[in-house]
Design a protein around this ligand. Structure first.
Ligand SMILES: C[S@@+](CC[C@H](N)C(=O)[O-])C[C@H]1O[C@@H](n2cnc3c(N)ncnc32)[C@H](O)[C@@H]1O
Length: 441
């Protein structure tokens, strides 16, 4: 194995993060800088120097470059709206007033999510009689240092409703600083979700947000992390994942609940709450879909749930965002689009491409499968499915898809994406040539 291959495996063992082909150029740049900074004579010498032990200070330099920090306050606003309208009132009803409500933002990046939680908790009339605290954890010490400062740039606060910005922040030059009344309720700690166990009792938290973290891990790591979350969750507690991270595709420990505009998961020994069950009942009737062999992307597409805020959910806008690399919430918006307009092959193609661009090839495969399931002669969907399968090393299935593409195109059939031009997708001839080349020994 080359030094780089060994390094990629070490990174996955220590952080759980899977390095995929499109991360390689960036990784090489970071590693070259670290080889020079550590005066290592070669890549192999640097890899040997890097200890398996995550407390080795050298990891700090690597981790902040190999983990994705994409976040901003009120990201996934539907989830915060459901928290305010359903989850916090339910917790307030279920827990005696002397109970401190404990909330954990796992994979908190630079504190954007923990700050949002603090604002939503402070705003809740239902929690007026309760104390509450927020714990933010992340593997990346540099991100935690930024989080502890409580300062956020213009982009990070761009989705904060203006009255809340006014109420909870102090403007400091170009940054916004979270007021100390909220900052003092948030504690930050380093925690590697793959290697560490948070030293807390079972059932220590009433609410956990683990959003947009699992997508960077492999299935077996996702399962272990989710089991740990279930252990840390109290009887009436709730877990929120990222909108594209369906837990019932990974683990069956917690119960899926449908809330207005989103899903969440609840501890199985929770008392049924009539207010929440109004929304959950639809989920219960869909529960058998867990064992269905359909791709999880189909299982996760919710039925018509009222959208909290109408937005410009036009597929052409989403195409523009994908083309321009504007990935903020792109997948949430694609899911919302599919909820409103029904799933279609083009939306699944965009979803697959957005996963691909973020390095989540397994999820991309599921999305592309959604596209070709709905439109079997959609050659762009099938070609990208083949490429992703090949990228994952699932060669037999990749070969089958390449053959289908060749069959379609050489018979003069096959339907392209209507957005092929905007997205600079390969044309018929290029797809055919690349598919034939992929089958060469
Ligand atoms: C895309 S950000 C998500 C931030 C926030 N939860 C949100 O949804 O906006 C992913 C975060 O997970 C963290 N992370 C990656 N691997 C981790 C690990 N093994 N343990 C803990 N955190 C990890 C990264 O450092 C990064 O801050």
């Amino acid at each position: 194995m080359t030094g780089l291959g060994e390094l990629i495996q070490k990174i996955e063992r220590v952080t759980g993060n899977v390095i995929v082909a499109r991360d390689l150029a960036a990784l090489k740049r970071v590693v070259e800088a670290r080889i020079s900074a550590t005066h290592s004579p070669s890549l192999q010498a640097y890899v040997d120097l890097l200890q398996e032990d995550p407390s080795d200070p050298e990891w700090r330099h690597l981790v902040s470059h190999i983990t994705v920090k994409e976040s901003y306050l009120f990201r996934g606003h539907q989830q915060f709206e459901a928290l305010a309208s359903h989850v916090l009132p339910q917790l307030a009803r279920a827990l005696p007033p002397e109970t401190t409500i404990r909330v954990w933002s796992a994979g908190c990046a630079r504190g954007e999510e923990a700050a949002t939680l603090a604002i939503v908790l402070a705003e809740s009339q239902h929690l007026a009689g309760h104390r509450w605290t927020v714990l933010g954890t992340d593997v990346d010490l540099s991100a935690l240092e930024a989080a502890s400062s409580g300062r956020f740039g213009a982009r990070a606060v761009s989705h904060v409703p203006p009255p809340l910005l006014e109420r909870y922040f102090i403007k400091r030059g170009r940054e916004h600083e979270l007021k100390s009344t909220l900052r003092e309720r948030i504690e930050y700690r380093q925690l590697n979700l793959i290697r560490d166990t948070l030293p807390v009792e079972d059932g220590a938290f009433h609410l956990i947000l683990l959003r947009n973290v699992l997508i960077y891990f492999r299935r077996n790591s996702q399962r272990r992390v989710l089991d740990e979350m279930a252990r840390a969750l109290a009887g009436p507690g709730w877990l929120f994942l990222g909108p594209t991270e369906a837990m019932w595709a990974i683990s069956k420990v917690l119960l899926p609940r449908e809330l207005p505009g989103c899903y969440a998961y609840q501890h199985p020994i929770s008392e049924p709450d009539p207010e929440v069950s109004r929304y959950s009942s639809r989920t219960k009737t869909r529960a058998p879909a867990r064992d269905n062999a359909e791709p999880s992307i189909h299982r996760t597409a919710p039925a018509a749930v009222p959208r909290a805020t109408p937005g410009p959910l036009d597929l052409a806008n989403l195409v523009g965002d994908l083309r321009d690399g504007n990935y903020a919430d792109l997948r949430d918006r694609l899911h919302a689009f599919m909820r409103d307009h029904g799933p279609g092959p083009e939306a699944y193609l965009l979803l697959g491409m957005s996963y691909d661009q973020q390095g989540d090839t397994e999820a991309a495969v599921e999305a592309y499968r959604g596209a070709v399931y709905l439109r079997p002669d959609f050659f762009h969907g099938r070609f990208f499915l083949a490429e992703s399968l090949r990228g994952l090393g699932w060669l037999e299935r990749a070969v089958g898809e390449y053959r289908s593409v060749i069959g379609l195109l050489s018979a003069g059939g096959g339907v392209p994406s209507v957005y092929a031009r905007e997205l600079a997708l390969p044309d018929r001839a290029q797809v055919l040539a690349r598919s034939l080349a992929a089958l060469e020994p």
